[in-house]
Design a protein around this ligand. Structure first.
Ligand SMILES: C[S@@+](CC[C@H](N)C(=O)[O-])C[C@H]1O[C@@H](n2cnc3c(N)ncnc32)[C@H](O)[C@@H]1O
Ligand SMILES: [Zn+2]
Length: 276
């Protein structure tokens, strides 16, 4: 619930802390933000959210696919990578809150902050775990989270803002970044003409964080999945190809696949520590 994490949130207008009122967060300067009936708060100010926010359909596809457990080994690996002494775990680009919730399952004394620019995603994240507070926020603007308040920050297939991540983590925090490798979703990428991950992705991730972080470790996690048409439609619908493909055309291509396909899941998980 938001009440668990209010002390770590900051006003996006003046950066002061918040008091929790009746369905409202209010800072000492009088800036106030209503808590939605689903329990999340939007701390986005100014212009509209960027066009990269996941749509309702993408969020529904993601919830169905992750809820069915297909990426279970990845959720386990991310939860395993969280320091057991973490008290505050945040997730930037948290989506439905799936990975953050699995991490909180392992850390009975920790609370979680799910940050995402899509209100459709945040609405779901708000009910992903009892110790999780969900906030609409844009990673390309100052995050509405206090300096050095986060012990572990997750970033799973989502945009990265090295300077802001370093600020909220402070000196001793740990950043866990998960990206797909070029083998992810083979052979569907070729058969369905999905967007592929280019080999330079790994280098670009490291470069975008190198001013603020040192990479302390990196592991690759690969496993096979047996997917029917419905699961394939969900995994395509929740990924970047959903932005570029007509869903009807994709559905037709999927029906031409065998009833079951063996599909690879392949991820790289990097652990970063602050440079300072
Ligand atoms: C591929 S999804 C991954 C979601 C989640 N981490 C997961 O793996 O299930 C990318 C997420 O990043 C969010 N996102 C995109 N641009 C963003 C931004 N500028 N600030 C915050 N979140 C953003 C999207 O709304 C979406 O939920
Ligand atoms: Zn304020």
């Amino acid at each position: 619930m938001l009440a668990d994490v209010v002390e770590y949130l900051t006003c996006p207008v003046c950066a002061d802390g918040f008091d929790l009122g009746d369905r409202v967060l209010r800072c000492p300067q009088g800036h106030s933000f209503d808590i939605a009936k689903q329990g999340y708060v939007s701390l986005l100010i100014g212009s509209q959210a960027p066009g990269t926010a996941d749509s309702t359909a993408m969020v529904a596809a993601r919830e169905a696919f992750l809820g069915a457990g297909y990426f279970g080994p990845l959720s386990e690996a991310v939860a395993d990578a969280c320091r057991t002494d973490a008290k505050v775990v945040a997730d930037a680009g948290a989506g439905t809150g799936h990975y953050l919730a699995r991490a909180l399952d392992r850390l009975p004394d920790a609370v979680g902050i799910a940050l995402d620019v899509s209100k459709h995603a945040v609405r779901r994240a708000a009910r992903a775990h009892p110790r999780l507070g969900a906030v609409v926020a844009d990673v390309w603007r100052p995050l509405p989270v206090g300096d050095g308040t986060v012990d572990v920050l997750l970033n799973v297939f989502a945009p990265r803002n090295g300077a802001e991540f370093a600020r909220v983590l402070g000196r001793d925090g740990t950043l866990i970044v998960v990206t797909p490798t070029s083998r992810h979703l083979e052979p569907l990428v070729e058969r369905l003409g999905l967007l592929s991950v280019d080999e330079s992705k790994e280098r670009r991730v490291a470069e975008s964080l190198s001013d603020h972080f040192v990479e302390a470790g990196r592991t690759v996690h690969e496993f096979g999945m047996t997917l029917g048409h419905e699961a394939i439609e969900a995994v395509v619908g929740m990924g970047p190809s959903a932005w570029h493909t007509d869903p009807e055309v994709m559905r037709r291509k999927i029906t031409e696949l065998p009833e079951k396909s063996n599909v690879a899941a392949s991820f790289r998980m990097s652990i970063f520590h602050s440079r300072f």
